[in-house]
Design a protein around this ligand. Structure first.
Ligand SMILES: Nc1ncnc2c1ncn2[C@@H]1O[C@H](COP(=O)(O)OP(=O)(O)OP(=O)(O)O)[C@@H](O)[C@H]1O
Length: 258
């Protein structure tokens, strides 16, 4: 069953059309990747799902409610990580995870989560004194500490070093194994392959492809080959890939990969 239903929302900023009628269902327990060029409307779409922006037209439903209207219910259901966290600069890491955990009924151990994300030496450090990568990992911890039913994550690993990125991916896999539904904006095809059941490609505010990660990547490869013939750089089909026709069924639960 779809826990997120996106039915043709449009959103403009002045004369800029950011989202131009996107139709999308996300099944409970699925990880959906959202890919696309800069400025194509990915963040605006996620903000509409989070209820942080109200579409000019169309409908968004999250667990059956309008996220822009029923804010209280959405706050208890959804963990959000945006590109700008906008956290109070004097909050320490330890205080921040405790604060965000307090919004939810059955949160994770926030300190343990921060430690898994490599923030053990920074538990007493203020947000303003963290590096960019540390702030980003804290934002991931804050989105997931409540064990939310839905997590919306915007470029969670952009700019992280490989070790930090792996730590973030493992935390996402744990959330998935706990049953979370996740929408993940990414520019990283390795991340999409490893984590996502399906990928939606957005361009100029519209969906141009919706398929398994491998389906989307091989289509991109085909387009490239038709322009410049040469060996295809297309990897293996991921074990987790599902047909887009399976979208209304819950995805198979998977064990965390090493
Ligand atoms: N608050 C805003 N005011 C005016 N224009 C905006 C605002 N937010 C986004 N836009 C414009 O809307 C379009 C879509 O932006 P959005 O941030 O949704 O794209 P994106 O796909 O997430 O981009 P990126 O990959 O660079 O993060 C862009 O043209 C952007 O300049």
């Amino acid at each position: 069953m779809a826990i997120i239903e996106v039915l043709g929302p449009r959103k403009s900023y002045g004369t800029t059309v950011a989202v131009d009628g996107i139709d999308l269902d996300v099944a409970e327990g699925e990880i959906l990747g959202v890919l696309g060029p800069n400025g194509s409307g990915k963040t605006t779409t996620v903000e509409c799902i989070a209820g942080l922006r109200r579409p000019d037209a169309g409908t968004v439903r999250v667990a059956g409610v309008d996220p822009a209207v029923d804010r209280e219910r959405i706050t208890r259901l959804v963990g959000v990580q945006l590109q700008q966290a906008g956290l109070q600069p004097k909050l320490t890491v330890r205080e921040a995870v405790a604060l965000y955990a307090s919004f939810f009924d059955r949160p994770l151990d926030g300190v343990a989560l921060a430690e898994r994300l490599g923030l053990a030496p920074k538990l007493g450090a203020r947000y303003a004194d963290l590096s960019g990568g540390q702030q980003q990992r804290l934002a991931v911890a804050l989105a997931l500490v409540g064990r939310p039913r839905i997590a919306l994550l915007d470029e969670l690993s952009t700019g992280l070093d490989p070790r930090s990125r792996r730590a973030v991916w493992e935390v996402i896999e744990q959330a998935r194994d706990d049953g979370a539904t996740i929408v993940l904006v990414t520019h990283n095809t390795e991340e999409a392959r490893r984590l996502c059941d399906r990928v939606a490609v957005i361009d100029r505010g519209r969906i141009t492809a919706l398929d398994t990660p491998e389906g989307v990547i091989s289509r991109t490869g085909e387009r490239r080959r038709s322009v410049a013939p040469g060996p295809a750089r297309v990897g293996r089909m991921p074990r987790c890939a599902r047909s887009p026709h399976d979208a209304r069924r819950p995805p198979p639960r998977r064990a965390s990969r090493p």
